[in-house]
Each structure stands twice: as C-alpha cells, then as structure tokens.
Design a binder for this molecule. Structure first.
Ligand SMILES: Nc1ncnc2c1ncn2[C@@H]1O[C@H](COP(=O)(O)OP(=O)(O)O)[C@@H](O)[C@H]1O
Ligand SMILES: [Mg+2]
Length: 322
C-alpha cells in the first residue's frame, strides 16, 4: 500500500510527533509498504518533500491509498485532521472524528465513562456551579489540568489547602479555557495498549516508574526519565481487570485502530481509569509498542495491522452509507 504518514502538526507535541512519524515510516517500510511522508508545519502548512501539498476533496492526498496520522494533541489527535481525511474520502489509521474528539476532552471523556459505570477519580470543571465545594470534598492533593491537551503540559498537582488552586487553574487556562480538577488517583500508574476495531485486543499491562514526583513532561521525554516495567507489578486479578477495562473504555468511545488506556492501581487493588490516548506516542520504544512487543506483536507488524484495520473500517463504514 502507499501510506501517507502525517507527522508534526500544530500542537505543542509537534516534536514528539516527528519522532513517532519517523518510526512509523520505518515500520511500514519494513512491513513492505511504500511511505509518503507528510510534514505538517507548526503554522499548519502540509509539506511533502518540501513542497506544499494541495488538499482538494476530489483530489485525495497525493497518491496515497491510506493515511496514517501520527499526530498528538490538538489538531491531530482531536478529530480535526480525521474530519479532513473524511472529507478527502481517504481511509486513515486510528480513531474516527467522534472517538478522537471525545477522548481528547478529559471532561467529556470522564462524563462518558461515568455513564458506563467505569471506575475513576472524582472530578469537576473549574468555574462550574459548586466547583469549589466539590474540590474541597476531594481532599489533597488535587490535580488541575487543561481539558484538551497531553504530554502533561499545563498540569499542576496542588498539595496545600487554599493555596495553589487559583494559580493552578490559571496555568491550565493558558492552554485551554476548559479546566478540569481531579481527586488524587494514588497507587501505581499502569498502561495498557489496545489494537483492533470491533473486536479489540489488549496488551499485557505495563507499569510506569518515574524518578520524579509524578509523570510530568520531563519524565516522559528525557532519557532515563521513566522505566516501563512489563508486566506491571500488580496482582493477576488487577492485570485481568486492567485489560478488561481498557477494552471497555475503547469500546465506550467508539475507538478504532489503536489506543493506550492509562490507569491508577491503588494499593488496595482498586483499578481506576485515568485516560485514553487515541494516538499515543508511537516510536518503536514507546510504551504503546513495547507493550504489544511483550504481547508478541513486533513493531512492523503493528504498523501493518493498523493499515489493514484502517481499510477494514473504511469499507465497513462505506457499506453503511446510503
Ligand atoms: N488524578 C490524578 N491522580 C494522580 N496522578 C495524576 C492524576 N492526574 C494526573 N496525574 C499525573 O499526571 C500525569 C499526566 O496526567 P494525564 O491526565 O495523564 O494527562 P496527559 O494527557 O497530559 O498525559 C499522570 O500520568 C500522573 O502522573
Ligand atoms: Mg497521560
């Protein structure tokens, strides 16, 4: 297949996306596909081989048969680029418009999984009616985050009563007018990769061990900032629970292709869902890939399966068009 790999993008996760995109291109080539690399500049221009790409609804995207958006955060993982690819009528890897946009919005996502009875921490929207009382009831620490970002950007852990909350909300609001406040998850951070469309499979869960107080930007992207322990050092029952919940969350958002679902596993064994990332970091050494490698799916095969899943979904959706 000729696969257009989209990387870069307009979000603060531009550089992360460039590394993921490079790895995906290598993986696809290794699996026998032809790659058309497309760089999305920070200003939003799409470049192929240095030339600006013309995007026309009837013209497709260069000669690509399928697109592989390896874009993180806003304007890539949030349904916007997916909407554009729908307009171009091109099959594409990963979440559709709705799954992408609701998974990136931590408030909407949490309301959705609450509806499904999936366990999570208490949360509220900063500024909403009664939010201060709700925050007071959460105890300490609380976590303040922009509703729609990633890579831990704009997140604060507020540890002292009264002090810090206002400032944390201001910091988060610099990135997004919608701000979420959450109770502390506590325990271990455990992640589980998901692959598939209608019958998704879950990888063995892995545990994130950081040397910092929490899994902040530094820990995520500096060398040696974190260690991934596979399988996670939790009981068999918790392992099974994490995998089951990862698939349930994926299904609840209407996911397709891939995702990485992140959890807190408390010392008493309770498993809480933190979030789902529909286009997780995707280098060959990323958590997403490492977990499936541990589950017996090597990186090039992962890339190849995703392309097949994209085509399968495209055909299935087309069959339902009137
Ligand atoms: N409610 C919480 N309880 C404990 N730690 C949290 C909580 N929310 C966030 N964190 C810490 O902050 C990190 C980033 O938060 P997360 O919600 O995953 O945002 P992002 O989308 O930026 O990854 C988590 O991996 C964890 O270390
Ligand atoms: Mg996260």
């Amino acid at each position: 297949m000729r696969v257009a790999v989209l990387s870069g993008g307009r979000s603060s996760e531009h550089d992360v996306s460039l590394s993921s995109g490079g790895s995906v291109a290598d993986g696809l080539r290794e699996a026998g596909h032809e790659v058309i690399p497309i760089l999305i500049e920070r200003d939003g221009r799409w470049l192929a081989d240095g030339d600006e790409v013309e995007l026309r609804a009837s013209g497709g995207l260069l000669d690509a048969e399928v697109a592989f958006p390896v874009l993180h955060g806003p304007f890539g993982e949030d349904g916007t680029v997916q909407g554009m690819l729908e307009c171009l009528d091109l099959p594409y890897v990963g979440p559709g418009v709705l799954a992408a946009s609701l998974a990136i919005d931590k408030l909407i996502f949490k309301r959705l999984i609450a509806f499904h009875g999936i366990p999570q921490v208490d949360f509220c929207e900063a500024g909403a009616d009664g939010w201060r009382d709700q925050v007071a009831a959460m105890g300490l620490p609380v976590w303040v985050k922009p509703a729609r970002l990633g890579s831990s950007v704009g997140i604060s852990k507020v540890t002292s009563p009264e002090r810090g909350l206002g400032e944390a909300v201001e910091v988060a609001a610099r990135h997004d007018p919608r701000v979420i406040v959450e109770a502390d998850g506590g325990g271990r951070e455990v992640e589980c990769s998901v692959l598939g469309n209608d019958r998704p499979i879950a990888s063995p869960p892995g545990e994130i061990v950081t040397h910092a107080d929490w899994y902040d930007y530094e820990a995520k992207y500096s060398d040696g900032g974190m260690d991934l322990v596979v399988p996670a050092r939790i009981g068999d029952e918790q392992i099974a629970r994490v995998r089951e919940l990862a698939v349930r969350v994926f299904t609840a958002i209407g996911g397709s292709g891939l995702a990485r679902c992140d959890f807190f596993v408390r010392d008493d064994g309770e498993v809480l869902v933190n979030e789902i990332n529909t286009i997780p970091g995707f280098t060959s050494t990323s958590v997403f890939a490492k977990l499936f490698e541990a589950g017996g799916i090597p990186y090039p095969e992962l890339c190849d399966r995703l392309v097949r899943l994209a085509l399968e979904r495209y055909e299935a959706e087309r069959a339902h068009r009137f």
